[in-house]
Ligand binder design. Structure first.
Ligand SMILES: [Fe+2]
Length: 280
């Protein structure tokens, strides 16, 4: 287990000394939930078996090739050389991520319920030359409270995304930086120009095969990829039992693939499945 990074206190870190983020062993659900609730994310070791990782890499490599063949670096959808996969849950390499026991044991414990919804699977990647990305949350306020009393930051975790590094993430290859304890923050993250150095250095060094379970409101951003390799991470998403967003889940998963899922996972993915009667 690594040393823990100190949380924000009054908007500044408790110490100038940076340390590695804690890594929780697969199966240590209580510890994973504790860190997730505190920091807004937790890194879980050995979430994928070697064969699951190999399959995930195969799928990721294929889609990266297809997308980079079709879309030039300058036209990438997240800035120069930075791409989002988009929805890929229709592929078995991503569908296998939906019900990984070490991960879903933590996700269901966070919500105290198995009645969640899978929003799909995707991820992102950056090629050599990608620049640092500004800090952001992956979810804006969508409550539209007419009285202005409640914003999304006031709620418990509505949406969890789990990221899976396909290569070892390090300082050279554009790993993501995460700012602990920002998941309930009503403020906007600082711009690149205003971002303090300690936030720039708050980089997750996660090995391939691990899983980063995160509240999507937690501030984060990609870093520059100054290595010679493509930095790929895949993902799967889950909505809280009490949270839905209209239009989130387009039916894309072929019935044949849907039917390979467990009964529990089929419930989570009901809205992602293409109905057999609608297929040509
Ligand atoms: Fe993001």
């Amino acid at each position: 287990m690594g040393l823990r990074i100190d949380p924000l206190v009054g908007g500044s870190p408790m110490t100038e000394t940076r340390a590695d983020f804690e890594v929780v062993a697969a199966g240590d659900v209580d510890e994973a939930v504790r860190i997730f609730q505190r920091d807004g994310f937790v890194l879980l070791a050995d979430a994928l078996t070697p064969s699951q990782l190999a399959l995930a890499r195969q799928g990721a490599d294929r889609i990266v090739q297809e997308q980079t063949d079709a879309i030039a670096l300058e036209k990438a959808n997240r800035g120069y050389a930075r791409y989002s996969f988009g929805q890929q849950v229709q592929h078995p390499e991503w569908a296998q991520l939906i019900e990984l026991k070490p991960v879903v044991d933590v996700v269901t414990a966070i919500w105290g319920s198995e009645d969640l919804t899978c929003s799909g699977a995707g991820g992102d990647y950056s090629l050599p030359g990608a620049k640092i990305q500004h800090l952001h949350a992956d979810m804006g306020d969508c409550l539209n409270d007419p009285e202005g009393r409640t914003v999304i930051a006031d709620l418990p975790t509505p949406f969890i995304v789990v990221n899976f590094p396909m290569v070892d993430f390090g300082r050279e290859n554009g790993a993501t930086r995460f700012i602990p304890c920002t998941q309930r923050n009503r403020q906007r993250p600082p711009s690149l120009e205003q971002e303090p150095e300690w936030m720039r250095q708050s980089i997750i060094r996660a090995p391939a095969g691990s899983a980063l379970i995160r509240d999507v409101r937690t501030w984060h951003g990609g870093t520059a990829n100054v290595s010679a390799e493509t930095r790929v991470m895949t993902s799967v998403g889950y909505l809280a039992p009490w949270f839905r967003r209209p239009g989130d889940n387009e039916p894309v998963m072929p019935r044949e693939l849907y039917e390979t899922l467990s009964e529990r996972a089929r419930k989570w993915c009901r809205s992602l499945a293409i109905d057999a009667s609608e297929r040509t």
